[in-house]
Design a protein around this ligand. Structure first.
Ligand code: GRG
Length: 297
């Protein structure tokens, strides 16, 4: 796992040249190169390996996915969105480069990522690139991350359990929460797993299984993230803690309570474990196991 992270970091570094005007390239590189866990590129490379593909062929796509993730983090931290001053343990992008450059750095990453897929995936056929790019565009736009973010913004203030006055309202809140995290969180994991599988020429049935796995993993990851937001420190998370709770955001812990949220995580953990069990993947097992260990601590 450590080796794979290092490989991803080396490739990200290689793909992030500083050109003129330097400030925009520095801003893009700043958030991409901060020490994230690199879960999405690693999952892309692992899906490629699982279905018999060559991981080197998937590297530009894996890096492009990390760039899209970094873009979403930069924009998510802006004052007009979540207004967070810290990310990955350091000042967030707009705190270092100013709001205008941070907006533009996000925009630039959004289009540099597909440029990288087209220019650097030299061993992929045009047909494979097109399939990957279709998944990328679905994830980055109003059918993906943006849908989740808008729904998240619109449901601000919904996070007070005591505000629920009817069964209908509870059903609406549960469905909205599922929608938000399907798109804000699961869609990027979906892109990662499906793109890796597409590169390895997986069958439609195998792609469908990656879709199911990403959905379950994305929701489990969000529940985990919501729980950590309540039980961790700034040093452990590298970002402001308890923010969602303070702004009455709709989260798994605000809607279900800490204990029920843990139960939900544990049952998804079992379902995910069943799916990945058949792929004999030390990497996926280790990502999942690390999450459980942190929650059980
Ligand atoms: C795509 C045009 C476009 C806009 C993006 C701002 C936005 C719309 C979406 C927000 C998406 C977002 C920030 C979701 C949160 C997902 C999440 C739990 C991120 C943390 O992931 P980790 O823990 O982070 O993997 P590291 O730093 O380790 O990579």
């Amino acid at each position: 796992m450590k080796e794979l992270i290092e490989k991803v970091n080396n490739n990200l570094e290689k793909f992030m040249d500083i050109k003129y005007p330097e400030n925009i390239f520095k801003s893009m590189k700043y958030t991409v190169m901060l020490p994230g866990k690199r879960l999405r590129p690693i999952m892309c490379l692992e899906a490629c390996r699982i279905f018999g593909g060559n991981q080197e062929d998937a590297m530009p796509v894996a890096c492009a996915i990390e760039m899209l993730h970094a873009q979403s983090l930069i924009h998510d931290d802006l004052p007009c969105m979540d207004n967070d001053d810290f990310r990955r343990g350091k000042a967030s992008n707009h705190k270092v480069f100013g709001e205008a450059v941070a907006v533009l750095a996000g925009d630039a990453l959004l289009s540099y990522a597909p440029q990288l897929i087209i220019e650097k995936s030299v061993n992929l056929s045009d047909e494979t690139k097109l399939k990957v790019l279709l998944e990328y565009t679905k994830t980055a736009g109003a059918y993906g991350l943006i849908a989740g973010q808008v729904s998240d913004i619109e449901s601000e203030g919904w996070g007070k359990y005591m505000d629920i006055n009817s069964d209908d309202e509870l059903v609406t809140k549960k469905a909205t929460l599922e929608f938000i995290h399907t798109h804000k969180t699961a869609d990027l994991f979906r892109l990662a797993l499906k793109a890796g599988a597409i590169i390895a020429r997986a069958t439609d049935e195998q792609l469908q299984e990656m879709d199911t796995l990403a959905q379950k993993f994305g929701i489990a990851f969000q529940i985990y993230d919501d729980i950590l937001d309540e039980i961790s420190t700034f040093e452990e998370l590298g970002k402001t803690v308890g923010k969602d709770k303070n702004s009455n955001k709709l989260t798994y812990t605000s809607l279900y309570g800490l204990e029920e949220a843990r139960n939900k995580f544990n049952s998804l953990f079992d379902e995910i474990h069943d799916i990945i069990g058949k792929y004999n993947s030390v990497i996926l097992e280790s990502i999942l196991g690390d999450m459980k260990k942190k929650l059980d601590k």
